[in-house]
Write a protein of this length. Sequence first.
Length: 363
Amino acid sequence: MKIECQTALLRNAVQLLQPVCPLRTTMPILSNLLVKASAGQIELVATDLDLTVKTKIPADVIEEGETTIPVRFFLDALRKMNSDTIELSVDEANVSTIRSGNKVKCSLRGMDPSNFANFPVVETDISIELPTKDLATMLKYTSYAVSRDESKSMLNGVCFNFSDDLDVVATDGKRLAKYVCVGVKQEKAMQVIVPSKSISVIHQILNTEGTAEIKYTSNLMQISTLNSVLVTRLVDEHYPNYNQVIPKSCQAIIKVNRLTFLNAINLATVVTEKSKQAVVRLNFEDNKLSVNANTAEIGEVNDVLEVKYDGEQVDLAVNPTYLTDVCQNVESEEITIEITGSGSPLVIRSGENFLCIIMPMRV
């Protein structure tokens, strides 16, 4: 095999696939990328047997063929090569030689490509198409709320609920983020959970123009974009009934500038960053929203925002990370905060399609 291609394109493709490969494995082949050269392009594949991703880039293919290359060393080498183009050649022993300019040469030992796992096939006629930017927005607005607690496996991923609309939901039990894509109707309702590792890679393959095709069964999901295809196993659990925890009514709706509110929360975290249990208090009273944080070790911060609120005083203790996660990931200029009482959940909305429920802290 012998090819020439743009260094940046190859580097970006390998960088996309690196997170797929396991850091520690009893199967050394999984630490390698499968590299195929044919018909004016290079196809690169990575897998950990639960998540498999392939991507392609254009190349001048001088000699077709395939090999495997250790992903970590491959990426390290490409990052240190400064020429615009590189040449990659492979001998019969699967030793890949990378040449950058006239003086730089790097050889990496690969493995027999015939031992690399076959790309999984998702056998289904069920599919939907969405603009890549829309799917990327849905995941950006929700995926930060995924649980990191491995004992709660059903919460270790993002739920896709296919029905009259498409709900994309994530929760860790203390907060819940939901984005509704209206009009994506499926005749057969189905709910699937995509693991968090797969979600982070999906974010990357959606960084392109065009549409994303989603195909799914009860145990596999495939997402295809212009240059990449991802297939992931799904979490074999039933997702909780998230609609039950969404408040049906509220005492008041307060509109606030997103960035102004974010700046107030960020200022409050100056005195909470070293605390084991960071707390920010939100006090709603007399057309004012006070954002307060106080720790004995560092000091106190209080920021008062002008809002339209003339109801009873409501005081909420909230984890500041939950607030900043929402404000940093939504893109609207204004958000609405729905409150019911001092012991009730806080609901933040952005536009018609997104909401985030945050449980108050008991302090």
